[in-house]
Structures are given as C-alpha cells and as structure tokens.
Design a protein around this ligand. Structure first.
Ligand code: NI
Length: 171
C-alpha cells in the first residue's frame, strides 16, 4: 500500500528512530513492502520509515528506481562502518519536495545492517549509492539533508516552506 509521505515540519522527521527488535513478523514485512511501493510511487531512490510516520530504524534504497530487482536494499538498524573520499552533488528529499541543493558526502561508504530476518548484512556503496546510504541513515537519526547546508541556505528554504505552509500548499 502506498503510504502518505510526511513533510518537513513533522516532528517524527527530526526524531531519532527506534531500534527494530522484532524480525520475521508480518508487520515488518508489510512495512517494508509499503515503503518500496511508496518510494516507487514518488520516484525516489530511498525512503526511511520516519518519512511514512514510523519512528523505526528501517530504510529502503533502490538506485535503479525499480528497473533492476537486484538493486533493492533493505537496511534495518543500519550503521556506517567506513567512509572514504568526498563527493558533492545535488540532493533532494521526498519529505522536502521542490528543493534541491548540493551536499557534500563521502564517496565510498560501508554499512552494517540487518535484513528482514534479523541476519547481519554488510553493504558497500560508491557515488550515488554512498550518498543514498548517508542520506537514509541520517533520516533514522532525525537529520535532514538541509542540516548539511549553510545556515543561510537553510533559512531561505525554511522561510519558503513557511510560506507554502501558510498557503496550505505543504501537507
Ligand atoms: Ni530524504
């Protein structure tokens, strides 16, 4: 089921999400299925559970946007174990639609996470995938990409969003 994506301003997006402790449950399976459906419907490459209003440490990523089944990644309780290099690229977020800004990220990232069955998985990503790992794991820590911008840029975006909220164009 496609779920509603919550937008910037909702406290759940800026709250550290809770560790998942129950694996192999129908609820977890359903949440992950819904997250992929919601992400594909919005044409995103990643989605974190807080973005559908769930404060749980779950992220899904597919940098092929549904073109390649083998690119589907599920990260439960993920942690970054290694970072290397640097890249700067335009970044956006489904919870902050309409805004894209250059963000500096590591160019290579290794992640330790769990899968739906609670088994440990080790993942590595470069370039876009490294960026997605950092962006989606940030979400689980209540951090949005605009936190990585200068205070000036962030304030401009915040002001624009406030106007959209007042106009009823941000919900
Ligand atoms: Ni995002």
């Amino acid at each position: 089921m496609v779920r509603k994506i919550v937008k910037y301003g909702e406290p759940v997006l800026e709250t550290k999400a809770k560790t998942v402790e129950q694996f192999d449950t129908p609820e977890l399976k359903q949440t992950i299925e819904d997250m992929f459906e919601t992400m594909y419907a919005a044409k995103g490459v990643g989605l974190a559970a807080p973005q559908i209003g769930l404060s749980q440490r779950i992220s899904v990523i597919d940098i092929s946007v549904g073109e390649d089944e083998t690119k589907k990644l599920v990260l439960i309780n993920p942690e970054i174990t290694f970072r290397e290099g640097e890249q700067v690229g335009e970044e956006g977020c489904l919870s902050i639609p309409g805004f894209r800004e250059p963000v500096k990220r590591a160019n290579r990232v290794s992640v330790k996470a769990q899968n739906e069955r609670g088994e440990q998985v080790d993942l590595e990503g470069e370039e876009l995938l490294a960026r997605a790992f950092e962006h989606e794991i940030d979400h689980l820590n209540g951090v949005l990409f605009i936190s990585h911008l200068s205070a000036l840029k962030r304030d401009i975006i915040r002001r624009k969003i406030k106007k959209l909220q007042k106009a009823g164009e941000w919900d």
